[in-house]
Design a protein around this ligand. Structure first.
Ligand SMILES: [Zn+2]
Length: 328
């Protein structure tokens, strides 16, 4: 995935700080142990000297040098053992004075062999994702503050149910969907229905729960997504970072599809998002006021047939609950 220069620099600075923090923490512990156990300094010095003295073997009679080197080795091991005993006397772990890096794989250098370490890649992803998230901060919406009583409980003959009954089923489904969310197995959803029936609320509640489980979720209106993609596409110093995040995040929530002004760019962008994410088995939730027929009219048969074929549709019905809230 491509990243901006700023994200790389940010990540670099964080990794350097991690390393410095780990080393400073170890240094502070050593200083503390120094004052606690005056012998510690002596044995630490003995370790340093034993390593330094090995060089003397070079000028020695070749018959004597192996014995001398062995002695230095024993001297070093003995000093290590003495330090261990001092630590144990104070109920401290054997590795207490060592540097504890946050990533033992690369010792917080960010590099593993000739590659970026996993910790570095994870950090880049997180920073890029946070940056994209800032473009559409998630408003707080939860399942707890979703009010079913706003939906009429009047029985309707044609559906043999009431709007509240139907919303209850949708609400329960969304809760289960969020609780059991798995990137590779959760289906993609279309929330279809008129404005003001809770589509945004429930998609945000799902997003909130899925984020809590540690997934990378992007939420934005279709209009904003297309605007950002367009900026990305036509800007000279574009790096494609936003597009990559939209295509690769664990859950993408596209709000209010159909409210934007449709152009050939938005059609192509939408097809790319839907198609790529289906191929990568990554779930998407789309909320829209359009029904299947209107989706086909707005985006063409190719997109509509992928949506209808691959997404599960939840139909929201009733009367605008926002109006009812205002009347309360
Ligand atoms: Zn690492």
């Amino acid at each position: 995935m491509p990243y901006t220069k700023e994200i790389f620099e940010k990540a670099q600075a964080i990794i350097e700080r991690r390393k410095a923090d780990a080393e400073n923490a170890a240094e502070a512990k050593r200083r503390m142990f120094d004052s606690l156990e005056p012998d510690y300094k002596k044995w630490k010095n003995e370790m340093i000297l034993s390593v330094r003295d090995v060089i003397k073997a070079i000028d020695m009679n070749p018959l004597d040098s192996p014995k001398f080197i062995q002695e230095q080795k024993m001297r070093n091991l003995n000093a290590q053992q003495e330090i261990k005993l001092l630590l144990r006397k104070n109920n401290l772990a054997d590795d207490y004075l060592e540097v504890h890096y946050s990533c033992p794989k690369c010792n917080d250098s960010g590099v593993d062999g000739s590659h970026l370490c996993e910790c570095h890649i994870e950090l880049l992803k997180k920073l890029a994702f946070d940056e994209a998230g800032e473009k559409s901060p998630l408003k707080f919406c939860s399942f707890e503050d979703f009010k079913l009583e706003y939906y009429s409980d009047k029985y309707e003959k044609e559906t043999a149910s009431s709007p509240r009954d139907r919303m209850f089923s949708i609400f329960e489904y969304c809760k289960i969907y969020a609780a059991s969310f798995e990137t590779s197995t959760s289906p993609s959803l279309i929330f279809s229905g008129e404005t003001g029936l809770g589509k945004t609320h429930l998609s945000l509640a799902i997003a909130g729960e899925v984020i809590k489980k540690g997934n990378k979720v992007l939420y934005n209106s279709a209009q904003n997504i297309f605007n950002e993609l367009q900026k990305d596409r036509f800007s000279k110093n574009s790096d494609g970072q936003y597009e990559a995040l939209i295509l690769e995040c664990d859950l993408l929530v596209i709000d209010d599809l159909g409210a934007e002004f449709p152009t050939s760019f938005t059609q192509a962008a939408l097809y790319n998002i839907i198609n790529t994410r289906i191929n990568l088995c990554l779930p998407t939730i789309i909320s829209t006021n359009l029904d299947h027929k209107e989706l086909e009219e707005a985006y063409g048969r190719r997109i509509a047939s992928r949506l209808i074929g691959e997404y599960s549709t939840l139909y929201f019905s009733g009367t605008d609950i926002r109006q009812q809230k205002n009347e309360d």
